[in-house]
Design a protein around this ligand. Sequence first.
Ligand SMILES: [Zn+2]
Length: 785
Amino acid sequence: MSAHALYGFLLVRRRRKVLRRKWYLFSFWIFLVWYADCLPDELFDDSTSTVLLDSDGNLLGAHIADDHQWRFPESKTVPYKFRACIVEFEDRGFYSHMGVSPSGVGRALWQNVRSGRRVSGGSTLTMQLVRLMRKNPPRTYSEKVYEMILATRIEMRYSKSEILRMYASHAPFGNNVVGLDAAAWRFFGRPANQLSWAESATLAVLPNAPGLIYPGKNHDLLRNKRNRLLNRLRKIGKISESEYRLALLERLPEKPHPLPNAAPHLLQKCIAEGKKGRVIRTNIRSRIQKEADFLLENHAQLLRENGIFNGAVMVTSVETGEVIAYIGNVVESGSEHANQVNCIDASRSTGSIIKPLLYGKSLESGTIAPSMFLRDVPSRFGNFSPKNFAGTFEGLIPADEALFRSLNIPMVHLLQNYGLTKFHSNLKRMGFTTVRRSASHYGLSLILGGAEVNMFELNQVYTRMAQQLRYGETSQLRLFPSEERDISEFPMNSGSVFAMFEAMLEVRRPDEDNNWHLFDSSRKIAWKTGTSYGFRDAWAVGVTPDYVVSVWVGNADGEGRPGLTGVQAAAPILFDIFQSLPMKTEWFQQPESEMVEVEVCSVSGHRPTENCEKQTTAWWPKGALQTTACPYHQRIHLNRQGKRVNSSCADPMEMQHANWMIIAPDVEEYYKKYHPLYKPLPPYLSQCEGANTSNSLSILYPDIGQKIYLPVGLNGEQQATVFRCSHSNKDAVLFWHLDGQFVQQTAEFHEIVVRPEVGKHLLTVYDTEGNKKSMWVEIVAGRIE
Ligand SMILES: [Zn+2]
């Protein structure tokens, strides 16, 4: 070879060498780039179970993951005992290696070569994590190398405790149980941090051979593995000799435990609201939830005999606004009776359950004072003639009594006096989003159950009122600690709320019902029941300074049942639940600055005049001061024979004076039945002026025997007509009745607008002096030519 050729040869060789080195460098660079990016951002993207926790982090219930695995979302920590067990069993060098254990690999190779088959994997926990991440691909040598590379990369990105945490969360424990948390619940019925050494050791040997656990099969093999691990733990000093001996005696799990299912409807609600696959911490107190559920199920057994299958209970803390018990239905009733329906979120007719709100707003606005008389006579409001539940009429009834006895007629009068539209918008401002239609759509039946509410919002309104009274500010109910507290003021002042709660205290509990005697009557609870039309819904809501409890009982499909009333079906559950709650605060403090102490006529409940003989004192919310003084007690003059006289017919010196209760004749008819001591107004002495006062009242329109032609409008509605009266006394108050039903009272201008149906009607008008005029009126459809 010539020098020239040699030079050329060397040059080429050198070039090749440089090229090869460049190639190596380039390959290494490529490898580094790949290596840096060889792990996905998240190692696992499996679907997870939805896990519901109580306020202390205890499991309330869980829903299986989409791939039908019990795989809880990754936990934040691995309990100490399981950590010790898994490291000792799987990878003793875990805390010192960098993802790959050379001695482990060497040992495994040696064992495999010597035995001629694969007996040992030599995998570190980090490499096993890679296998879990890669969904257990077939075990080949190249796969093994790949796992090693990824394991070193994992070690660079994550701390040892994170690696262990991910491993524990994704390790298989047999059948469809994945991860330590689900395994602890499924096999031992307890959270992982409460497992014993023996239990932790049992779980630690399973990921290596998950088939060992089910169902009680291979128990000897499993026990041997567990005991060997326990022995090793003893040797390295993790457990003492006595702990070891005791651990050996522990039994292996037999069959999987069902997971707790303490709040199934809340769990479903969370899933439906987009919290699927997460760990959801709630404000539920497990003890209270269980107790309330137990009491509801208890009562439901009896209710089922009467064809009542569904019910719901909610308990909230007044102090925090937290929902501490949430029972959406009676699970025992079975799916054929729609036990999956969440009755807390269902809109149902209110019955009387919102009557206290009208009472409170009427006090605030000065429409009534707390015990002021309301009319309780047969009444007609347009085409609406409400009835009291018992079918009785008592003439006049104190407002607070009308509230706690839930009389319908006085409350409809009250709604009319307070203002339907105003109350309707109050309900919306208070937070009832289900009161969607217009005030005129509901009409005055709004107060008797014309509108629908759901339990959550109902409970919220009562909780906010209690908060308003206790703290002067309120917050929305919170199911989850993650929800922010939204502070606001309730649209009713504290004085009126206090008076309302006092009226709801109800010391006179119905004693004919046996369910009541069990209740400790020394405990103060403001409460109200509601029964919807057709016995479809039974409600009860109760308030103390600490808790608000609501109960609903009925059928999810809306079927009504006799006996499905708030008092009979819902209230006993309410009181049982209160009985089970710890009592902290006895009662609300009276809000001094918003209330005044006043003299009150103890009969009528108005501010007294000098004619009111029986007086008492009471605390009123300030708004009530706007009500009138007692119109019932008046001074009258009598002669010796007890006849009424005046200066036209008797010598003033001879007269006796008396304060007398004077009520309208239409009311008197009913009032006197319930008040045997009531004395009717004595008649005038015949020669007195005003004795023949029947002339002072006259019906101006219609005339006797007149037929009234009323055209029917395009919408089918009868046109209205106006009836007119006159009275010689300009201060007279007249009470108008149509067909025996009270329609309206008038003062000063005695006119009423009515819309009677076609046919004959009896019009009767009374004044307070006992005068009465009646006539038949005939309404004819069509137009007079
Ligand atoms: Zn009086």
